[in-house]
Design a protein around this ligand. Structure first.
Ligand SMILES: O=c1ccn([C@@H]2O[C@H](COP(=O)(O)OP(=O)(O)O[C@H]3O[C@H](CO)[C@@H](O)[C@H](O)[C@H]3O)[C@@H](O)[C@H]2O)c(=O)[nH]1
Ligand SMILES: [Mn+2]
Length: 663
């Protein structure tokens, strides 16, 4: 019998649309190449308010043409509470927008599929071999999750690529677990590990009977970049031919303005851009985007737009200014270097076509209704304080912040933009451009959910009815049925009985030998069919929080983008400082004082570390530089410390990649 398989991704804010487009486009292409496009469905999980009220029809049409199924989901039950209780841990990530990623717990509700490969929208499969996951995990049970080790803590898995078996009961237990427990990282990855991963059970006794299981997949199925790990550069080279999927973790995505502006030269960023370019050409997107007149939106008040004027919109290679030939040479040079290397060179022209000017581009894909209504800062402040409650304040415009369209408590915080206010232009334009990140950053101490979705009560009646359906039954009725509105979209209607494609799923049972080991794994788990409340499984969850660490100020791509790029001299100064800082980590024993104390000699008599110095002079008299303690002791230095390795490491990777942030 044919299995019902799906590849699913998630979208809960408009600024990840480029990822969703590029990923969907690439997955379709590779499915076709593998001859499995009619056997594996592509599925987009999108939050109801985003889809109904924010995305433009144009964006929806595109999504519909890429994804077989579009599934609207509402926030988890008591999501606000979960976000609140996770906020302390989430602050450690500096990624407030990830609080909503808890919604991944809804993936197990997709019981219309028998097996789902979930991919973050910032992933890019490089070749059809990634589909091998369905073969490797052929005998997966519902109590197992297939995932790759996270490079930040390899005993945990990265939740950007997951093989899972949807199951209503698991979904329900998991969602309760999300409510009752605090996530290690404040977001989905932590809590999913706590739920599925035996390694997260810190009690050795309980570990033995842990009821669920993480099946560790090869790293080549989820190669996260950037990666500062010790072995990463040589390993990237060595394993390069076997890499099946790249995952652009961290704050800066290949499509983000930061990446575009800084021309991050990374082979895989370039590859992502090429895929996006192809998608754009195939859909004649460049033409569509160029029709958007940014002047429609109050440009003078929008710093972001002003700051981007240097980057040509949907620029072709020819359109990008090139000062001299050296940039071309450098590009070639870069291509010959290790693939994970990135180089931040703000003053140079783009090495590859910049496919999108983010803010302009995004205005194509969000409702103009939303863009045309804007909020002043003062009103925004008020909204932050009062959203979610009935507002009886005398200012008439503030009444609009009360959202009457949703009865669920966790939806009450959506901003209702139904009252047009001519003064609101600049805020709305900004907030729509990056609706979640900016607003949550503002509100991280209060309720991060408050500003993130904009509910437009003027939205089309048919869309609203879809939202109502999804409230009624999130498992089944939330699937979008477009058959009455757009005839060409009927494939999106989720009706497994009526869908002829679903009978043709391929049976892969005899295709891969590794399946046996998975079967063995699953047999080894005696508790497969029993559900255990694991709220005690990890009683020390809070101990993962470093209580001494100050809450970190939220960063945001677009806010950051407003700042002009730092001049190169500043970069250099910073690097020097950081290298100096590195000296602090040299062991004490290498310090002159330590040597002095050990020897019992007097520092003031100029005999500091004399015996060591003498020895060094014999070895290499040229290096006798008393002012530089490091150079005094070449024996204690590695070769790479004399190279500019450290400075490259510092330059190559944004310092805000949370996995590696060492405070
Ligand atoms: O504003 C947002 C943020 C996220 N997403 C979706 O959620 C996914 C996860 O966010 P992402 O920015 O990809 O997170 P990562 O930088 O990959 O961070 C890690 O940590 C996250 C929080 O635990 C996990 O969700 C990721 O899988 C894991 O790789 C994205 O790919 C999107 O599909 C949005 O739609 N809008
Ligand atoms: Mn991701």
């Amino acid at each position: 019998m044919c299995r019902k398989l799906a590849i699913a991704t998630l979208l809960y804010s408009a600024d990840y649309l480029p990822g969703v487009f590029a990923l969907g486009y690439q997955v379709n292409k590779l499915l076709k190449e593998a001859g499995r496009n009619d056997r594996i469905r592509t599925c987009l999980i999108v939050t109801t308010p985003l889809f109904n009220d924010i995305l433009s029809d144009f964006a929806k049409d595109l999504l519909n043409s890429i994804y077989d199924d579009i599934i609207l989901v509402n926030p988890l039950e008591r999501q606000d509470e979960s976000i609140q209780s996770n906020s302390e841990n989430l602050a450690l990530l500096e990624r407030p927008e990830l609080s909503f990623a808890l919604i991944k717990a809804r993936l197990w509700e997709l019981t219309q599929y028998e097996q789902v490969l979930y991919l973050d929208s910032d992933t890019l499969p490089l070749n059809k071999d990634f589909l091998g996951l369905f073969d490797i995990m052929f005998k997966q049970t519902k109590l197992q999750i297939g995932a790759v080790a996270d490079i930040g803590w390899p005993d945990m898995f990265n939740s950007g690529v997951m093989m899972l078996i949807p199951d209503a009961e698991i979904a329900s237990v998991l969602q309760n677990y999300v409510i009752e427990n605090t996530s290690i990282d404040g977001a989905d990855q932590g809590i999913l590990n706590q739920f599925f991963n035996q390694n997260c059970c810190t009690d050795e006794l309980l570990k033995e009977t842990f009821p669920r299981e993480w099946v560790q997949l090869s790293f080549t199925y989820n190669v996260t970049t950037p990666n500062l790990g010790y072995e990463s550069s040589p390993a990237m080279n060595y394993f390069k031919p076997t890499i099946k999927l790249i995952h652009f973790i961290g704050q800066h995505k290949p499509w983000s303005l930061w990446s575009q502006k800084n021309f991050v030269r990374n082979e895989y960023n370039t590859q992502w851009n090429e895929v996006y370019q192809e998608f754009q050409e195939e859909n004649k997107l460049a033409d569509e985007v160029s029709k958007i007149d940014i002047g429609d939106f109050n440009e003078s008040e929008n710093v972001q737009i002003a700051s981007q004027e240097t980057i040509p919109q949907t620029a072709s290679p020819e359109a990008i200014p090139r000062d001299n030939e050296s940039s071309t040479e450098k590009e070639v040079e870069t291509k010959n270097t290790r693939p994970e290397d990135t180089e931040v060179q703000p003053d140079e022209p783009a090495p590859f076509p910049v496919p999108l000017d983010f803010t302009k581009w995004l205005t194509t894909f969000i409702n103009k209704d939303n863009v045309s209504t804007q909020v002043t800062n003062e009103q925004h402040e008020h909204e932050k304080n009062d959203s979610g409650s009935n507002n009886n304040d005398s200012k008439p415009v503030q009444e609009s912040f009360v959202d009457n369209n949703h009865s669920k408590p966790d939806q009450d915080n959506y901003v209702n933009n139904s009252d047009a206010n001519p003064n609101q232009d600049s805020y709305m334009n900004n907030s729509v451009a990056n609706p979640d990140q900016k607003s949550i950053a503002d509100n991280s101490d209060a309720n991060p959910n408050q500003d993130s979705y904009m509910n437009n009560s003027d939205s089309k009646p048919d869309q609203k009815s879809i939202a109502d359906n999804s409230d009624a039954n999130p498992n089944q009725d939330s699937y979008m049925n477009n058959s009455d509105s757009k005839p060409d979209q009927k494939s999106i209607a989720d009706n497994s009985d009526a869908n002829p494609n679903q009978d043709s799923y391929m049976n892969n049972s005899d295709s891969k030998p590794d399946q046996k080991s998975i079967a063995d794994n699953s047999d080894a788990n005696p508790n497969q069919d029993s559900y255990v409340n694991n709220s005690v499984a990890n009683p020390d969850q809070k101990s993962h929080v470093d209580a001494t660490q100050e809450p970190i100020t939220n960063k945001n791509d677009l806010l950051e983008d407003v700042e002009p790029p730092a001049p190169i001299e500043e970069d250099v100064q910073l690097l020097e400082k950081e290298e100096e800082g590195y000296d602090e980590f040299l062991p004490d024993v290498y310090e002159p004082d330590a040597v002095n104390n050990e020897e019992g000699e007097d520092f003031n008599e100029g005999k500091v570390g004399r015996s060591v110095e003498d020895a060094l002079k014999e070895e290499d008299p040229i290096k006798d530089e008393p002012d530089n303690p490091q150079q005094e002791m070449p024996n204690f230095r590695f070769d790479w410390e004399d190279s500019d390795y450290l400075s490259k490491v510092e330059r190559y990777f944004p310092d805000d990649v949370f996995e590696y942030a060492v405070e």
